[in-house]
Design a protein. Sequence first.
Length: 189
Amino acid sequence: GYLPQALPQATSLVAYEAMLSALRASRPELGREPAEAAIAGVFAALELDALALRPLAELSGGQRQMIGLAQVLVRAPRLMLLDEPTSALDLRWQLRVLHAVRALVAEGRTLAVIAVHDLNLALRFCDHIVVLGQGHPHNRLLAAGRPAEVLTPPLLQAAYGVRARVERCSLGHPLVLADEAISPTHDVP
């Protein structure tokens, strides 16, 4: 299942119809009752029941993004490619999205590959990260591995051009704290 960074189109379809269309396109063998149960389950899991009968044209960008994610989840894919799934969302919905994706991965039902720029979300929700060097020759791979091991101050300077530190919050989650913008080193630690 693929969720592009672009939001689902604002159409006259209601959210339920958009979900049903996505499900029919990928799993046409499902009968009416299993399809309705799958849609209801995803709406409930993402707390989107109130949007089911609203036209996509009336939804905010964040709400349309949530419907786009719901269209991916209802298909029950074995692999999800999510491009900035939290970009149009406030903090509550960012957490809702990443907890839902994380739960599916934990159940062993899917593998998720997520492009995300919020390093603190990556630290908290990802098992493995890959850091690519923008502006570097050939956009090379700078680092890959467990987030808490990869996101170090030297890597943050090389990749993002920031002086930063990684500390732990009161709950023990690592956090990136960027102190100032500086010139990238282009040296991979």
